[in-house]
Design a protein around this ligand. Sequence first.
Ligand code: PLP
Length: 375
Amino acid sequence: MKKVYLDNASTTPIRPEVVQLMTKIMLEDYGNPSSTHGLGRNSKSILELSRKGIAKCINATASEIIFTSSATEANNWILRSAVVDLNVRRIITSRIEHHAVLYVVQELQKEFHLQVDYVDVKADGSIDLTHLVELLGVDGKTVVSLMHVNNETGVVLDLQRVGMLCKEYKTLFHSDTVQSLGKVAIDLQLVSVDFLVASAHKFHGPKGVGFAFVKKNSGLQPLLYGGEQEKGLRAGTEAVHQIAGMTKALEISCVQMNEEINYISELKSYLITQLKTFFSGFSINGNENALSTILNITLPFSADKTAMILFHLDMKGIAVSRGSACQSGSIRPSHVLAEMLSIEDLKKPNLRISLSHYNTKEDINVFIEALKSLK
Ligand code: PLP
């Protein structure tokens, strides 16, 4: 049975060049980058070249890149330290953030009695910037935390505009760029952000490694204490092979970005055309500016099909996910779609199909045929 992987927003297949480089480093360049002998210095040099490579991709300086174990860690660190060390007393965020931000904010609110304001979300899944401006007008040391590309709908935030607003209102700006990095060009000389986070496994790199961009002189303090790694901001021996793999993956993604994204956009258009042909009445959750890698749809099927749809597709070798998490038989609606859809529409089956340049029209055809048999 042909396997069809349409769940690239969850994770992406690793690029072969990345595996090759990581294997070489694991076998040959195993020194601890903090050791002063030759092997250690060699690892240190791989680490620092990686930092430069990542910085170059986003037009930042190498000293602003801090390696972490994941985007989840980077989000936790930045938001917590903003409260504990930078004296932030208010967080402006949205209810459609990834749980790696949403649950951190809720926890900080409980611990530190912060004020948390949620920006309104429009029916197309975009952030209401007029409401954001209203919220920014209120006094108090604030951090704005808004993701660049939503992981369920692909809807894109105008990073440049929000960065300018935050600058104007003298608030800190943190953005989870996990879904956009490597797919959307980000130039930090043009966009004003204080903190960005990224995760390698979303751009064809290895799992278990990410990084934070932390603007110079931010004042952040570490979450983890121990060794002096990462300029004292993140203790723990750096996973050199993972970091080098992440850098290679990002460098390739950045060089091939236009070509790959054009290809993926064409695939997405083909997918939409096929859906229109065979499932009249399906709807797209999101807007026309959504990133080409993600398509979130509601199918014109009865609500009782919701529970078995993923199982049915899985049996046919097709990996997709739903904006709903299925927990022990009960279906919880997605917290993102809950902000966008009516209660009635929320009950209908929805799917998130997420693409990469490894997908083909043939994959789409297999998926459409499988869906047809569910009608
Ligand atoms: N933020 C977003 C938008 C994501 O999509 C994900 C992954 O699902 C994360 C954060 C968490 O990233 P990581 O797997 O590196 O912890």
